[in-house]
Design a protein around this ligand. Structure first.
Ligand code: C2O
Ligand code: CU
Length: 549
């Protein structure tokens, strides 16, 4: 195993990813940032210099479990204090499994300012994947807002509430195209939106006819659920969140924020032209134009427009095919990790939208999550009990009486920073239950992401989870392991994991504004087994005294 060292400088720069010029956060001048390339068992060291001038930062390594290094998870308020402007912080962790992962900011709503990238972990020399391909490419899908994260965060935490709205464009590997003629504001400086700026020329994936490409596709959207397709080409899904999938073929890949997939695509169509690769919003009334990239058959010119009109994707509110794809993802037959047959504890988490003291919030079992000023990892390890609410949050909701289909005021919700403390080395089931929002006849898709773990996806259902009958239908034979799962509108999702990774782990909706509005929880397990905390994570809240020489 080797050490992979990266030196990154994070700063604000003017960029025009979709032709509209705005301040974005770059790593060494780029967004998306550099791809981390490593082999299973390698140690990754990232020395991160915060040059944001007046803003803190923290970076999360999404999908990396941080076994033995919970302080390197990069989750501000949970595993570390934020990195101050001018400071350099060293993240160090082992990438213990091959697969496709990502990294992104985990402080406020900073992720959507452009601070993100890919992590690709290959197999050790001499080992091979259960599928073959000629070339390997990483692509991150995103949505993009023109307003700053501050304007958005301020609106979300104001009375009256100001919703962020739909994104202005969709980015494919950091590139999109906003139609500048839609801008009407006379106050815009000349050149603020320029369709001919090379920074917003589309992402081009050049392929050699007859060759097979492994596309590692991740989504880090702030809000949107996406459909990804390559005109005229089938995709074979072979990996999900770092686990091999029993292969299946799709024309459309539905992908939710926080998920990664590998698909195999063969360049087997008419090679005399190029094709569109597109992203479209699903699950919300689309108000964002199609994201476009060019699937370029060599030797056609890379920017030659395909002769066709790009697709606008499947019908946005047809949940059935999305639900079907979720259910279709099973572990590869030669790589089945059998889950424990029973669990020691079941936690049911009802997802609702609420009003708390006049503020619009998201809640879980009527508790809307707030981060404490002192990170949990330090608070628990140093026994600073007073820094967060010690009353455990509820294990479930009022199953008998709660109507998931009606617009509920949910007036009795509270905001809290309490956490779930799990017995170490036990088996935990989590059931995420979706419901109606505060808008009549509306239920959204929420992709939930668990830090520090992979879990077995036991099942998905429509309607209210039935505690008696639904567990009998769990897939205990070949469930896929993932770190992010969607909860479909008015549906439920069940998964199982082992509480075997000492630390404090965030579990939250990966929609940036939803987590910001309280849609998350934190799990603690085996805190007494966590090794000595590095001084570098201290410094904020009540942790100042714990900086030791
Ligand atoms: Cu990728 Cu806590 O998030
Ligand atoms: Cu959500």
């Amino acid at each position: 195993a080797r050490i992979r060292r990266y030196k990154w400088e994070v700063k604000y720069e003017y960029k025009s990813p979709d032709c509209f010029k705005k301040l974005v956060i770059t790593i060494n001048g780029r967004t998306p940032g550099p791809t981390i390339l490593a082999q299973q068992g390698d140690t990754v060291i990232v020395e991160l210099k915060n040059s944001l001038l007046t803003e803190n930062v923290a970076i999360h390594w999404h999908g990396i479990r941080q076994i033995g290094t919970p302080w390197s998870d990069g989750t501000e308020g949970v595993t570390q204090c934020p990195i101050l402007p001018g400071d350099t912080f060293k993240y160090q962790f082992v990438v213990d499994r091959p697969g496709t992962y990502m990294y992104h900011a985990h402080y406020g709503m900073q992720r959507e300012a452009g601070l993100y990238g890919s992590i690709r972990v290959s197999l050790p020399d001499g080992e091979s994947e259960p599928f073959s391909y000629d070339y390997d490419r990483s692509i991150i899908l995103n949505d993009w807002y023109h307003k700053s994260t501050y304007e958005q965060a301020t609106g979300l935490s104001s009375i009256p509430f100001v919703w962020v709205g739909e994104p202005q464009s969709l980015l494919i590997q950091g590139k999109g195209k906003f139609n500048c003629s839609r801008l009407t504001s006379p106050s815009l400086e000349p050149g603020a939106c320029n369709a001919t700026n090379p920074e917003c020329s589309p992402y081009v994936l050049t392929v050699i006819p007859g060759k097979t490409y492994r596309l590692r596709i991740g989504s880090l959207t702030a809000l949107s659920a996406l459909n990804f397709e390559i005109e005229g080409h089938n995709m074979t899904v072979v990996e999900a969140d770092g686990h091999y999938v029993e292969p299946f073929v799709v024309k459309n890949l539905f992908i939710y924020s926080g998920e990664t997939y590998s698909v195999l695509v063969k360049a087997d169509q008419d090679p005399s032209r190029n094709y569109w690769a597109t992203t479209n919003v699903v699950s919300r009334p689309p108000n964002t134009t199609t994201g476009l990239a060019i699937f370029n058959y060599y030797p056609n010119h890379r920017l030659r427009s395909p002769p066709t009109v790009p697709t606008t994707g499947p019908i946005w509110n047809d949940t059935a095919p999305r639900f079907a794809q979720s259910v279709a993802i099973k572990a590869h037959r030669d790589f089945i990790h059998t889950p424990p047959p029973t669990s020691d504890r079941t936690i049911v988490l009802l997802n609702t939208q609420n009003e708390i003291n006049g503020f619009r919030r998201w809640s879980v079992n009527n508790v809307s999550f707030n981060l404490p000023h002192t990170p949990y990892l330090i608070a628990l390890k140093e026994r600073l009990n007073h820094v967060f609410d010690q009353t455990p949050p509820p294990n479930g909701y009022d199953f008998m009486n709660y109507d998931i289909y009606s617009k509920a005021p949910n007036a009795n919700a509270t905001a809290s920073n309490s956490i779930y403390r799990l017995d170490f080395n036990t088996t935990v089931d989590v059931i995420l239950q979706n419901a109606n929002t505060m808008t009549a006849s509306n239920s959204e898709t929420h992709p939930w992401h668990l830090h520090g773990h992979d879990f077995w996806v036991l099942g998905y259902g429509m309607g209210k989870f039935d505690m008696y009958n639904d567990p009998k239908k769990y897939n205990l034979v070949n469930p896929i392991m993932k770190n992010t799962v969607p909860v479909h509108p008015y549906g439920w999702t069940a998964f199982r994991f082992r509480s075997d990774n000492p630390g404090t782990w965030a579990f939250h909706c990966h929609i940036e504004s939803h987590f910001y509005m309280g849609m998350g929880v934190v799990f603690e397990e085996g805190i007494e087994k966590v090794g000595k905390l590095p001084n570098s994570i201290m410094g904020c809240g009540e942790t100042k005294g714990f900086r030791r020489p």
